[in-house]
Design a protein around this ligand. Structure first.
Ligand code: CDP
Length: 232
């Protein structure tokens, strides 16, 4: 039987981490987990329940009432994020959540809660998880770590297209501001800031097509799958 490995994909906002993760998952028949969706779902819960986003004790208490799960969507073939048994997949992508998620993700109780679940999901390997701290904190011993980048202009254009399809009222300026603000908060927070892990492979996809980036990542994955299992 083939070795199952853990693949981590970290990087700045909107550089195509989830797209690549989904492609890889399909090709390798692995599970894809979008860790950002968990932080977004937690943020949605806190906003809906009027929890103060800067009071750690209130957040920590509120989290006790949150149950997160990923449920396969037979129509799209990917997993949807469920918050307390409600499908919140599209709601968590709205600007209201994007505006607050990075602040929420700075809190220790939020990170402890999310990381514990992420590690549990990865226990049997055969998983591709994308986010900000997956290669540095969640799976520091992963067999393959990718760190994705793309220039800001490209990232803003990509995210604007996605957001515009959902809400034509959104402006390019708003999207750019949100992306830069989140990159700043994510890179400068105290706990598990966004960093390239020392042993991560950098993948700049500014000028790559989706097929080209998949080929590069698949090649790296196949090399690692042939290696003996690493301890986690
Ligand atoms: O899709 P996009 O790259 O814009 O963001 P996301 O992956 O949905 O993540 C949303 C936010 O969650 C990020 O800006 C981070 O603040 C936070 N996050 C995190 O702190 N750690 C992770 N492993 C994943 C996301």
């Amino acid at each position: 039987m083939q070795n199952k490995i853990i693949i981590t994909i970290d990087g700045y906002s909107s550089c195509g981490k989830s797209t690549l993760a989904k492609q890889l998952a399909r090709r390798l028949d692995y599970v894809h987990i979008d860790s950002g969706a968990m932080y977004r779902a937690i943020t949605l819960y806190l906003l809906r329940n009027d929890i103060h986003l800067d009071i750690e004790a209130d957040i920590s208490k509120a989290i006790e009432n949150i149950n997160l799960s990923f449920v396969k969507n037979d129509f799209t073939g990917t997993s949807d994020m469920y918050l307390n048994d409600e499908n919140v997949e599209s709601m968590i992508r709205e600007m209201l959540v994007s505006e607050r998620v990075s602040d929420v993700a700075t809190h220790k109780s939020v990170r402890d809660f999310a990381v514990a679940q992420q590690r549990k999901i990865g226990i049997n390997k055969g998983i591709i998880m994308d986010g900000r701290d997956i290669g540095t904190t969640v799976f520091a011993h992963a067999e393959l770590k990718l760190f994705m980048t793309a220039d800001v202009k490209t990232r803003v254009e990509r995210r604007f297209k996605e957001m515009f399809a959902i809400n034509p009222m959104v402006s390019l300026e708003e999207v750019k501001h949100n992306l830069e603000m989140r990159d700043y908060i994510d890179s400068n927070r105290e706990i598990s800031p966004l960093r390239k892990a020392d042993d991560a492979v950098v993948l700049d996809n500014t000028l790559l097509t989706m097929d080209e980036q998949l080929d590069i990542a698949l090649q790296l994955a196949y090399e690692r799958i042939a290696l003996p299992m690493a301890k986690n």
